[in-house]
Write a protein that binds this ligand. Sequence first.
Ligand SMILES: [Zn+2]
Length: 451
Amino acid sequence: MKLNNEEINRYSRHLTLPEVGMAGQLELKESSVLMIGAGGLGSPLGMYLGAVGVGKIGLVDFDVVDHTNLHRQIAHTTSDEGRPKVESLRDTILGGNPNIEVEIHNIRLERDNVLELFKQYDIIADGSDNFETRYLINDAAYFSKKPLVSASIFRFQGQITIFSPETGGPCYRCLYSEPPPAALVPNWAVAGVLGVLPGVVGLIQATEVIKLILDGGAPLIGRLLLYDAMKMNFKEVRVRKDPECVLCGDNPSVTELIDYKAFCDVPLPGAEVPEEIDEAAYELSPQEFKDAMDQDPSAVLVDVRESFEWDICKIDGAQLLPLSSFEPASSGLDPEDSIYLYCYKGKRSMLALKELKKAGFKKLKNLSGGIDLWAEEVDSDMPQYWVEGGQTCPPYLLIKSWKFIQLNADSSTNFSTMSCVWCGGVSGRNLRFYRGQSRWYGITGNRLPNA
Ligand SMILES: [Zn+2]
């Protein structure tokens, strides 16, 4: 393969870079990259991969250009509205560089077409926006032995990494062994994204693709790069291959593509408990709760919220036993006592109540509506705290599984190395954690779970 005179002229600033040069430029020309997503990330990714002369670019997307895409999907113009995104992006890429080949796949990526498609390309670049597709792509890339350059965006934050178990790096499942409960997955249409965000993140993704092709520099393998546009900073989290990974670990149980829709249809923690109880039988309204406690000499009032919530307000006489570290056996509570539980909205305290019931406690009551309703109906002096956006602005941020924490954090469970599955936010002052049924959850400092 050779470059023609027009190409030599076009790529001259590459050819004079020793790290690229003629050999590197030919590598680019001979390489092929399959991009999943022709939207926000796909726009800069495709435009730059095309501009620098990646010989064959495949585009997968089944969506059409919508008016609301235009504030961030810069490969598409107003006149492209209604066109398939893959066609619009292809035209933009080829407009920038007619020397390359762009193949469009106006399809939804599925279990039965993904492997055939991946076979035709050297590198997979994932810019998809849902968990089902991400797990599908991860597994397919693993089975196809293709490096996967992965990027995602959410609101003001993005994350980028390369999954390459072939070369000793982790796969997506090493990082996120389970998808978040479906009910907690943000509605992307509502969650919003800063228009320029996919530009920055997509360009980093493009950079990593190009470096893989050139086999140069330090690739983002085993490193998760987190970008926060509001704080304007980058953070890096080291991520390791999980020996217990069901896909790329020592004893894999996922040995072929699975039903990803079913896999991602995860119920909320607490929604499934082994012994289902009649919750209503334990619920008291705020006034009933107060009256019952006042007349009960063995009443023990337990607050299962987190300490930062406790700092905002609490009911007099309560003791704090956060659900994040709640263990009936070590709680110091006496199974003979009457335990009155509350949290913010009554849901976390119901989880604690079920654990206590399992542990043999019999006299249990839950404050229906939590301290929030208590503030309205019993104690009007109590400050209420809430939560911009409510349900539509997802208050939950999913954190990695407990297994992952054990694997990646030190023995004191230093949360500073954890990051949010959705937004890439790293734990710290503004990101706190509590334990769900089988996982840890985090909430940002100014948003609290509706639980
Ligand atoms: Zn893995």
